[in-house]
Design a protein around this ligand. Structure first.
Ligand code: NVA
Length: 313
């Protein structure tokens, strides 16, 4: 990895992604081990979490390590104590910090003042652990990444950003359909364009969900209103009204296309029950894979080279 911290998919190379996927596949087969015994991870969350919190905790336990969860009220990041001081104090006790913050800048400050690695467990800009778990799931289902096309329908948000970077690094083509005003961040798009030029991937930004989904291998959506944007929910419901992934839209993708969602889903908004509970949906496998992927990531960051890698094509 390029730095001590994992704040963005851009901290990884294409080889890093491939190695983490191989390692996660290995972890999934291997189950419990003692690779991280005597290691302690602090989880510091400013926003709610079901999947990330539990999968980080179980991942550490299955690797023989320990985990301490700090709720927003306990830390008061930047309110009770400055972000820099929290980083200084916490990093003198634990071996790694996984943080979920409102602002990406808070994560960068934590990382700058922490002596131990900081992992992004979701910020307003990126959700990189989710993207890695998604790429693992795609690899399991399709046997490859390069050359596949993924259609992301909806908000150009944290989930879209990390997936866009991960997909283009991996030689995939990424199409995103969003209404005006809700497209992906320009800096992320420019970086992804560079990645796509190097990897043979491609990017399409459109307002037309049908164009994005047409003959895609993967159809992905996320909530229209992310955590922290609740006051905009009504306005967003109106803006995204034509962007629901329903059976009719999904039928435009390839016959063997898979449907993905990082969850939690706002059923009836960005996706119908029929699609998320349907045969093409791998949403719940994505959730499980998060835990296996986090094990691979934690061992990579904290445990060095003890992993035996299976072949990766
Ligand atoms: N975009 C969503 C992802 C939740 C895991 C949010 O930030 O709330």
């Amino acid at each position: 990895m390029k730095s001590k911290d994992f704040l963005s998919i851009s901290d990884l190379s294409r080889d890093d992604i491939q190695r983490l996927i191989s390692s996660a596949i290995n972890m999934k087969a291997r189950g419990w081990s003692s690779l991280l015994s005597e290691k302690v991870l602090a989880l510091m969350f400013e926003k709610p979490s079901l999947r990330h919190r539990v999968s980080f905790e179980v991942a550490m336990r299955q690797l023989g390590g320990n985990c301490i969860y700090l709720s927003p009220a306990e830390v008061g990041l930047g309110q009770r104590e400055s972000v820099a001081d929290v980083a200084r104090v916490l990093s003198s006790y634990v071996d790694c910090i996984a943080a979920r913050t409102f602002s990406h800048h808070t994560l960068e400050t934590l990382a700058a003042y922490s002596r131990v690695p900081v992992i992004n467990a979701l910020s307003d800009l990126e959700h990189p652990c989710q993207a890695l778990a998604d790429l693992l799931t795609i690899y399991e289902k399709k046997g490859e990444l390069e050359g596949l096309s993924i259609a992301f329908i909806g908000d150009g948000n944290n989930v879209a950003h990390s997936l866009l970077l991960g997909a283009t690094l991996s030689g995939m083509s990424f199409r995103i359909a969003s209404p005006t005003g809700y497209t992906a961040n320009e800096k992320i798009l420019n970086l992804a364009l560079q990645y796509a030029a190097e990897s043979g991937g491609a990017i399409l930004c459109t307002e037309d969900p049908r164009q994005a989904v047409s003959q895609a291998d993967i159809v992905y959506t996320d909530v229209w209103t992310s955590m922290g944007q609740e006051s905009e929910a009504e306005k967003r419901r109106r803006a995204f009204a034509g962007y629901q992934v329903n059976s009719e839209l999904l039928s435009l993708a390839k016959e063997d296309a898979i449907f993905m969602h990082d969850l939690p889903a706002h059923r009836g908004e960005e996706v119908t029950d029929e699609v998320i509970d349907g045969l093409q949906s791998v949403a719940f496998e994505q959730s499980e894979n998060k835990m296996h992927l986090l094990k691979a990531l934690l061992v990579e960051i904290l445990g060095g080279s003890e992993i035996l890698l299976p072949d990766y094509r």
